[in-house]
Design a protein around this ligand. Structure first.
Ligand SMILES: Cc1cc2nc3c(=O)[nH]c(=O)nc-3n(C[C@H](O)[C@H](O)[C@H](O)COP(=O)(O)OP(=O)(O)OC[C@H]3O[C@@H](n4cnc5c(N)ncnc54)[C@H](O)[C@@H]3O)c2cc1C
Length: 390
């Protein structure tokens, strides 16, 4: 449900976070853990019900951009110890990510990426078609030239992860206010003064925009051009299916953006329609579902008798270079953004929370240098294209 209801909002806050997805919740927890008080998170729906709810839960370090690799590796430290730290089982299955490559051009790019990933400490390796068969014995491999595999990658439950951060932030005193949409941002004299909802005004010196695919609209409220647009993506889940072993990794045919991984007693799968334009359409495209099923059976014929239990659509939050906007704006004091993860944001939520809390409290992110993702790069013409987008 989306909408606004009447709740008693505080007249002021030290920080207002817009959006309670993985980013808003992680940032709220990191700031409160560092001692910041009087933080309010405004969520127009329910905690974790935006793009985060629609993600496939994949967690990987196999990127082409160093900052993404570092964000993912730092996040892994949280994912691997989430239960000890937050008291919540996120069902992290570390069965690896296996990329299948079918063209010489992809092989060249992935080998370059592999060297970068290894130089940054990622335990990723090149795999031959024979190695691939051993990792995932159900694949058609006649056109596969090779691939990459990282056993430390995996997938986890997005809902319990987000709720874990939110509950811990609440214990630190953060206020989450659901069913409350931000409708405006009061900006005067080059700085943020307040956040507005339909029936309230919260005076604050700091707004943190974590609105995922809706970030362009939030930017507009503050007079900023934020190049993030929603693109529909779909995932589907099969019923229990023992014909395909449950130990297989997250398997991705890169050329078609086709992926599947074990999920419960069945499998979760999907394929990105690269030709679909930006839209707000969140219904399942039945035709694309059939195209996806055909591609899955073509790559892994053992799925031919699987039944599809359910499917859903959600939004990637896409920027012109498939990398996020992290940080503040020179032209507007008190506005920070953490959005535009272009389909790989869930996995990076923990480290983004750390980096953004450092940017806010220390003026620089010393744990991970995220300056390559500064919002001003678009105006400067310094785009940084991420290649490994699924
Ligand atoms: C099909 C699919 C598969 C995916 N698979 C993966 C994957 O395997 N791994 C991975 O890492 N990522 C994956 N992603 C991407 C991932 O879901 C996102 O990158 C991530 O969840 C972004 O988190 P967020 O907190 O920035 O945004 P969101 O989760 O969308 O949170 C933003 C919140 O802001 C709220 N909001 C918006 N406007 C307002 C307003 N005006 N006032 C108040 N609140 C507002 C929204 O209601 C929402 O809850 C996938 C996405 C899809 C759609």
């Amino acid at each position: 449900m989306t909408g606004t209801r009447s709740v008693l909002l505080p007249p002021s806050a030290d920080a207002v976070i817009i959006g309670a997805g993985i980013m808003g919740c992680s940032i709220a927890w990191h700031l409160s853990e560092r001692g910041m008080r009087n933080i309010v998170v405004l969520e127009r729906d329910l905690i974790g019900r935006g793009s985060t709810a629609d993600a496939a839960g994949g967690i990987r370090s196999q990127f082409s951009t160093a900052t993404n690799i570092l964000l993912s590796q730092r996040s892994l430290e949280y994912w691997e110890h989430f239960e000890e730290r937050f008291g919540v089982d996120i069902n992290f299955r570390q069965q690896g990510y296996l990329f299948l490559l079918t063209t010489p051009e992809e092989v060249e790019v992935f080998q370059r990426n592999l060297a970068l990933q290894q130089s940054l400490g990622v335990p990723v390796r090149w795999v031959s078609p024979q190695d691939i068969h051993e990792l995932c014995p159900v694949l058609r491999l006649d056109d596969v030239l090779g691939g990459t595999f990282c056993p430390r990658d995996g997938w986890a439950d997005t809902s319990t992860s987000t709720q874990g951060f939110a509950a811990a932030a609440r214990r630190n005193g953060v206020r989450f206010i659901e069913h409350t949409a931000v409708t405006g941002i009061d900006v005067r004299n080059g700085r943020v003064q307040a956040v507005l909802t339909a029936d309230a005004r919260i005076a604050t010196p700091l707004v943190i925009s974590c609105a995922g695919p809706h970030s362009r609209a939030i930017g507009k409220m503050a007079g900023l051009e934020v190049p993030i647009d929603p693109y529909r993506r779909m995932s589907f889940v099969t019923g229990p299916y023992p014909r395909v072993p449950s130990h297989v990794p997250m398997t991705i045919e890169f050329a078609r953006s086709l992926y599947f991984h074990p999920d419960g007693h069945g499998f979760l799968f999907g394929m990105s329609n690269q030709h679909e334009p930006t839209s707000e359409n969140k219904t399942v495209d039945q035709e694309w579902m059939l195209t996806t099923i055909a591609a899955l059976i073509d790559r892994a014929p053992a799925f031919e008798d699987a039944s599809v239990l359910r499917g859903w659509a959600g939004f990637y939050e896409v920027t012109p270079d498939d990398n996020p906007l992290l940080g503040s704006y020179a032209e507007l004091d008190g506005f920070v953004i953490a959005a535009g993860f272009s389909g790989h944001g869930f996995m990076q939520g923990p480290a983004v929370g750390l980096a953004v809390s450092e940017l806010i409290l220390d003026g620089t992110s010393h744990s991970i240098d995220v300056s390559a993702f500064r919002p001003s790069r678009f105006a400067e013409g310094s785009l940084l294209q991420e290649h490994n987008v699924i």
